[in-house]
Design a binder for this molecule. Structure first.
Ligand code: ZN
Length: 134
């Protein structure tokens, strides 16, 4: 695995959180994107080589809505960049990690993604992401 690509933060409002994180990092939100399949709106800020991904739920049934209902706003996942997501998924499966999806799926920010169950990783939801060339 490569660097931490981004840290995902569950928020009630990407607009309000975007303003706060813009001030915090002294850089604007450079992209806002709706991911229909995950029922979320995302906003991204760059911080050095890493990113912050703010996630707001579009409905009450999304994973983000459930997370906030249970734990409140806060860090939701850590995403690691990988070169070959299929190979990393195979490797982690062989190591006994529980993956939340069988195949890579389309995520925000032009990425193929796969999630590792938090129970497999000491309570932290882990995302693998591979940049897709367009
Ligand atoms: Zn993410």
């Amino acid at each position: 695995m490569n660097k931490v690509e981004h840290i995902g933060i569950a928020v009630n409002s990407v607009k309000l959180a975007g303003e706060i994180y813009s001030k915090l990092l002294n850089t604007p939100v450079y992209k806002t994107e709706t991911v229909e399949s995950e029922h979320v709106v995302t906003a991204f800020l760059q911080s050095g080589p890493n990113k912050i991904e703010l996630l707001e739920s579009l409905n009450d049934d999304s994973a983000i809505a459930k997370f906030i209902a249970k734990k409140g706003e806060g860090i939701h996942h850590i995403a690691f960049e990988v070169d070959d997501i299929n190979a990393e998924m195979q490797r982690l499966k062989a190591e006994g990690f529980v993956l939340l999806n069988d195949k890579p799926k389309q995520g925000a920010d032009n990425k193929l993604v796969c999630f590792v169950h938090p129970k497999s990783a000491n309570g932290v939801l882990i995302e693998l992401c591979q940049e897709v060339s367009v």
